[in-house]
Design a protein around this ligand. Sequence first.
Ligand SMILES: [Zn+2]
Length: 262
Amino acid sequence: MLKFFLSINYVDFKNWDEEESGKMDVNYRVDHIPRTTPNNRRPGTRMEPTTITIHNTGNPSSTARNERAWLTNQLNTRTASYHIVVDDREAIEVIPLNEVAWHAGDGSRSSSGNRTSIGIEICESGNYERTLQRAAQLVAELLLERNWGTDRLRRHYDWSGKNCPRIMNADGNWSGWDSFVNRVSQSLNELRGGGGTVSDQADDDAQIIDNGGVTMTVEDANKIIRFLSAAYMATSDREARREFNRLANELRKASGQEPVSG
Ligand SMILES: [Zn+2]
């Protein structure tokens, strides 16, 4: 059982000697904002999430606690929210993952990111490397829980064109994003019990599954799957959706990843 599932309201979990094991506990805490929070920040609308969207807070000094506090600060007049905020110490769930939050900047139609995606804010303060590690671990656990692959990951940018998560686009090429996705993929493989031997290369972009002659990189496969899933979401035709699922699974198999059920 993942520690992730054991979180209890307002209780902090101690980090389990993360230094020694090298494996980081997510340190997940639930602290929902009230339904009565002003500016419709928690509309309470039910959501069946189909993707996870990654953000940076855009604030170099705020911690997860600061961000959580801002959501219920009276000076805050914006209709903006998200589901989980992560920093180098903890992850705080501020809105239930099956409710709408306003984070994607793309309106409220039923296919919008706001109506379909779990929004995760990655803090820019503190030890960012550690924050990224924690975020990747958290995202991997969320994917595993839903039997999803990394093709379910989105940038805020994918929904609205905003330069977010901005730190992952520091070079203007989104290479930080690509390495984050690879990092999540690695965590996911570890959570699944090592499934496949991911070669641990210095260059994240060159991550290749060494698995019976498989040569397609996880990254390339997932890039193509991201294109496919855009088409998937643009149609409601069951047969078309099944076919997209099948094709995505072929790509997963070709890159040594586990197929997922549609
Ligand atoms: Zn964002």
